[in-house]
Design a protein. Sequence first.
Length: 505
Amino acid sequence: MQNVHSVTGPRLPMSRKSLRLSKSRFTAGLQCHRQLWWKVHEPRAPELKPDAGLQAIFDMGNRVGERAREEFPGATLIELDYRRTQAAVEATRKAIEAGAAVILEASFFEDNIFVAVDVLSKEDNGWVVTEVKATTRVKPQHIPDAAVQAHVVERAGLPVTRVELMHLNTKHRHPNQGPLFTRADITPGVTELRDEITNQASAQMRMLEGALPEVEPGAHCNSPYECPFLARCNAPLPDHAIEDLHRISAKKLGELRDEGIETVDQIPSNFPLNGIQERHREAVLRNEMIVVPGLQAALAAYRYPIAMLDFETINPALPVWNGCRPFGKVPVQFSVHTLSEDGTISHDTYLAEGKGDPRPGVAKALVGALDGAATVLAWNASFEKECLGILAESSPDHAPVLLEARDNVEDLLPVVRNHVYHPDFRGSFSIKDVVPALLPDMSYDDLDVSDGQLASAFLERLLCRLEELTPDDRKALPQQLEAYCTHDTAVMVRLFEVLQEAAVA
């Protein structure tokens, strides 16, 4: 991949007085100086505006943070306005002088770095820095995040004796079975990094004073997070690039690049590829869909009536209904298109309403929708099987039927993966990639809700935080969500028919 210039052209660097780091800027600089430069010098860049899905993640993190504060009754909360950070720093200083034992959003500015510590607690021999994360475990990227905070707090004159990560507890069950949060001592990992903070921060400040740095694209572009400026540094891949090959190893990619090979059709016939990759190469060379023997037999194994099933779920970070855990799946919507042997098709759909536990209603409606089905067909069926198990566990009256349905679930994805390849799959067997290739008239692009992550975010607001929606959204969202879920199973019906035709062609 080639390095390309910034789409915005050169810019004059800011004055040192106006430059500053923060926790998020510092960690962005650890990933890539180029990314940090753009974030500081182009804070209103279009790439930094979150889409609806990313905004939902940010909002979830804020809700978890607010809930975590309830674990510290009597704590002093520092009002933080990022336009007036010095006021927060001064308020923190006064709280410490007044003897506050626990301070929330404790704010400090040292070494040109501003941090707001989620929880700062006084102990006999020093202070504890507690970082709250909307996750269920400690992740590697959390360590430098906490380390820079501990560094700034100590530079402000407060000895830090321990650094904790406070995260959601997967053993918690709503409403009160086990603590909602758990704390992990990450002091050893933070200590290993502490000596690097000053040098890293100084290097970042020097870099920010100059022009846009040159950084070659690499693995850091996607680790620990995908860089929002990815397109600025990487030239677009050609059509049918070798990077599209299904699960191609880095070693084989390197071998192909060393030979100057950029596209799938340039790969020599004697280069070792697996079956799917070889079908990919053949499909591109012939510019047509490849069908291998065995497809007809695979489809004939399904017994009619065939119920095409798709679920939509929500995964609230803060569980809402009895027995649920943080980020636990809750099926709240389904669509079933049932195909009979004579070609007739029926359709059932269900979307939970109100703030009550949605699982009993979903379970009851699904039992009716699957009545008489000999085969339940899904795409990437492990998800549907899991949802059926969740519903059976939460709805004992319907459990026998739901568990039987789970045993009858078949997966259409491996049938396509093992027998079919279209040049436009581009190495992916996601239904969102298969559909445009095989059913171009059934694109998701025209839907108001067009992906599962967005659907889940909207469903959670509809069922758990209805007050956040406008009256117009309350009316329109259920229709948009039903259209999306219905489209998934309508696609499967058409896809099944297309595969049957291809099997006998």
